[in-house]
Ligand binder design. Sequence first.
Ligand code: ADP
Ligand code: MG
Length: 602
Amino acid sequence: MSDIIQLLPDHVANQIAAGEVVQRPASVVKELLENAIDADAKSITLILKEAGKTLIQIVDNGKGMSTTDARLCFERHATSKITSADDLFALHTKGFRGEALASIAAISHVELKTRQKAEELATHIKIEGSKVTYQDFSSGPEGTSIAVKNLFYNIPARRNFLKSNTVETRHIVDEFQRVALAHPEVEFFFYHNASEVYQLPVSNLRKRIVAIFGSKVNEKLVPIDEQTDILSITGFIAKPEYAKKKRGEQFFFVNNRFIKSSYLHHAVVNAFQGLIDQASHPSYFLYLTVPPKSIDINIHPTKTEIKFDDEKALYAILRATIKHSLGQYNVAPILDFNRDASLDTPYDYREKTATTPKIHVNPNFNPFVNNQQKTTNFLLKKEDKSWENFYVEKEKNLEVKPDRLFESSKEQETGKTLQVQRKYVLSSIKSGVVLIHQNLAHQRVLYESFLESITVQEANSQQLLFPVKITFNSEEIKLLQSILSDLENAGFAFEVFDKESITIKGIPTSINESQIEIILEQLLEDIQLEVPNASFSHFDIMAKSFANSLSIKTGAVLSAREQEALVNNLFSCKEPSQSPQGKPTFKTLTLEEIDLLFKTTK
Ligand code: ADP
Ligand code: MG
């Protein structure tokens, strides 16, 4: 038998290895930024074209490479950062595997220019798919510039798999922010398609956070500072009242390296317990310093996960530290056993003697009589015009379809709906019963109504008495600007659109003032997560997003009238059976199916 095993040629091996290191343009950005930091750069510029799909360039003023090193750095396992396996346990740099540049060069067109301080000329090298196509000396500044063009040009499957520019840019911005937050002592510039995304001067951590997330963050930050024998924790958490409805800004750095740790995240969330509701997310920027020997960062190829020696102790210290800071800054009430409790009582009551409370009984009270005047549900509150209008309008428009599942709404009023576990509405129909998911059903109703008002009718806009100013970060402002005309079509009217804030003077009639911020926040998040081709237009995303933020949630108690309105509105939808995201909104159970449940299997 002949031998069949062969060694893979280097460029093939590199291409395979590349898949592990480089998943998308953001992975390249991360590796190159980290190399620049490791080279002691004090100024780093990131330049992108088309979300990094055509160009990712990083220019640094770090120590540069010799001509030999400039050639060697594209070889696999070429690294200046470790020389023996022992070094792995005492790492102070970001890189160490020596495969990033080799991987990147295997799947793109790379152009490198690098000059060390002592040298007069820079080395200039071009590589295409691991092959050096050009090498010479040229003039150039001290430091290194690496341009990565046409990523995945030789792996079409990978290239086609890339998401929309919005999504890929989002990933890059995430990576950029992580590095920039870990190194406020370094100056950063970030340009995308020739426009400036960030310009971050050398600063301290607080200023760096503000420079990235906008000036509105400043007042929210509570400093954290704790030194113990096994670790130190510094950084900031955001006050509980600023917890975000959407996933907040959450950053952990261990020895200045961004990491993800659901375990440590849990410790933080736990410290906030009771201060924010479960649907909100605390923001935090936390910097842990531990002896390099006590962690293992080698467990994940992209190095965002770390294994700690003593996780339990870290958890306890982290949780206690945050609780303490929340208390110290008067953000959370602290237990103080020396406090004179009488001071907590309002003056008027201090000297009064306690009297036995009287119990008033209403002899006419009948729990089975539904008193609709008493309803306190937010859906029908007098001042909450939007809801009222919505239901009234819908009811007016309600045409009775021939195939309507329901008897006339007069009969409905006699109480044929029942709310189950504040989550479902049960209603009897001719053929049996229908169980409606209140949140998903309401999303469908709102979604169709928004689509209709955005696309078919002239959008109804209501003028705000006082324009509302909302602060956003520069990235969010850009996104909002890019969908400006869609927002206007939906009924928004803007007065000012500047670098950090927008001033809104009109909103769609279907929403109310207090909801503006949460709606726009949700919209931004939804657009950023947009998957290409999944939606037809921003209209559609917008309608889905609005429907999601404004819908009745699970847990909301619905009055009989609201239950009934929901049922009627759902079944006057064009597509009542699915939520905008395609989940079922209701299930029916026919009489036969119910009967079957009671049959014994004898
Ligand atoms: P690693 O960072 O794991 O060592 P890389 O493939 O990212 O592996 O880089 C290989 C080597 O190239 C580095 O160890 C370093 O010596 C050199 N290098 C890469 N980027 C730069 C840079 N921007 N400035 C100076 N040297 C660099
Ligand atoms: Mg590296």
